[in-house]
Design a protein around this ligand. Structure first.
Ligand code: HPA
Ligand code: ZN
Length: 327
C-alpha cells in the first residue's frame, strides 16, 4: 500500500533486534534436520501454534528452546544473512544486532563459533546488501554477575571494533540493573558502549537504575518510564534514545491492545523514541510491520513516522559523519 511504500522508502536503523529471535520456523525445522536435533514440534504449523505468550518468561522459554538448533558457524551465518535480506527491502540502512552468547556457550557451542558466524554475515550484508551494522553482546540477567564477567573476558579478542557494546536482556523481574553495575563499569572501562533492557515488564525504578547505576547510552524498551514524571523529564532533556518494540509488547501482553501502547505518549513527552522488531520471527513482523502496527492503532502522521526514522539514525552508534549521510 501507499503507507507501506512510504515507510519502506525512509532510511532507518534497527536498534533492537535479537538475532536469535529472527529464527523463522522454516529455518528452525531445516537446521533441526541438518544438525540432527530433536524438536518438540513436528511441523512449521505446530511451531507457529506454540507462539502464544502471556508474558516475557513464556516467550523466553520457547526462545531458548528454539536456539538449540543453532550449532555451527554456518548456522549463525545463515540466520543472520536471512535477517539482513529481509530488512534490506524495508529501508533499513543500518542495524545494531544483539546476540546472547551465554545462550550458546551454556549448551556447548563455542563463543568464537557464534560470534564469527554472525560477523561474517554482517560483513557480507554490508558488501552485498549495503546494510551497515554493529554487534552488541547481551548478558543474560537471570544468570550471575560472575557468569557475565566470564563472558566479558571471553569476548575480549572481539573488542577491537567487532563487538562495540554490551546489553542486558532476559527475565527482567527480580533481576534489576543494579545486579550488573560492576560488569557495566568494567565494560565502560573497555570503551564499550552500554545499553540495557529496562521498563519492559519491570518498574520505572529499573529504568532509573539502568540510567544512574549502569550509565547506559541507550535504553531498550523503557515503556514504563512515563510512570515517573521526573525521570521522564530528565530523559527527555538528556536525549537518550528508547528502542521501543510495539509487536513484542503486544505479543507479550505488555499492552492488551495496540491502542493502549504508550509510544505516542512517549513521543509527546519529548522522549527520543525509535521503532524496532525485537524478535520478529516470534512476534509476527519485521520493521515495517512494527511501524504499521502503531501508525494504524495510534493514528500517527507521516511526520511522526519521519521523526521515528530520523530518531533511529541519530540514536544509533554511527559516527556523526555516518549519521549525516542518512539524515
Ligand atoms: N526482553 C528480554 N529479553 C529478551 C527479549 C526481550 O524482549 N528478547 C530476547 N531476549
Ligand atoms: Zn529485546
Amino acid at each position: 500500500s501507499n503507507l507501506t511504500d512510504f515507510i519502506n522508502a525512509l532510511p532507518k536503523a534497527e536498534l533492537h533486534l535479537h538475532i536469535e529471535g529472527s529464527l523463522e520456523p522454516e529455518m528452525m525445522m531445516d537446521l533441526a534436520i541438518r544438525n540432527n536435533i530433536d524438536l518438540p514440534y513436528k511441523s512449521v504449523e505446530e511451531i507457529r501454534t506454540a507462539y502464544k505468550f502471556s508474558n516475557l518468561q513464556d516467550f523466553l522459554d520457547i526462545y531458548y528452546q528454539g536456539m538449540n538448533v543453532l550449532q555451527t558457524e554456518q548456522d549463525f551465518y545463515d540466520l543472520t544473512f536471512a535477517y539482513l535480506e529481509k530488512i534490506a527491502k524495508e529501508g533499513v540502512v543500518h542495524v545494531e544486532v544483539f546476540y546472547d552468547p551465554q545462550g550458546h556457550t551454556s549448551r556447548g557451542v563455542a563463543f568464537s563459533t557464534v560470534t564469527n558466524g554472525i560477523l561474517r554475515a554482517l560483513d557480507d550484508g554490508q558488501e552485498k546488501l549495503g546494510v551497515t551494522s554493529e554487534l552488541i553482546m547481551s548478558f543474560l540477567r537471570h544468570l550471575s554477575e560472575e557468569d557475565a564477567f566470564a563472558t566479558l573476558e571471553e569476548a575480549k579478542p572481539w573488542f577491537d571494533g567487532r563487538i562495540v557494546a554490551v546489553g542486558l536482556d532476559s527475565s527482567e523481574m527480580g533481576h534489576p540493573p543494579s545486579k550488573f553495575e560492576r560488569v557495566f563499569n568494567a565494560a565502560r572501562d573497555l570503551d564499550l558502549k552500554l545499553v540495557a533492557h529496562a521498563g519492559e515488564e519491570g518498574p520505572s525504578e529499573y529504568v532509573r537504575e539502568a540510567i544512574e547505576l549502569l550509565k547506559i547510552d541507550r535504553l531498550d524498551h523503557g515503556n514504563r518510564t512515563i510512570e515517573d514524571l521526573a525521570l521522564t523529564r530528565k530523559l527527555a532533556s538528556s536525549g537518550i534514545a528508547f528502542t521501543v518494540c510495539p509487536l513484542s509488547n503486544l505479543k507479550l501482553c505488555g499492552v492488551a491492545n495496540m491502542k493502549d501502547h504508550p509510544l505516542k505518549k512517549m513521543m509527546q513527552a519529548g522522549l527520543k523514541v525509535t521503532v524496532n522488531s525485537d524478535d520478529p520471527a516470534y512476534f509476527g513482523g519485521y520493521m515495517t510491520a512494527n511501524f504499521l502496527s502503531v501508525v494504524e492503532a495510534l493514528d500517527l502522521s507521516k511526520d511522526d513516522i519521519a521523526v521515528l526514522c530520523r530518531n533511529s539514525i541519530s540514536g544509533s552508534f554511527l559516527t556523526d559523519d555516518e549519521k549525516q549521510q542518512h539524515l
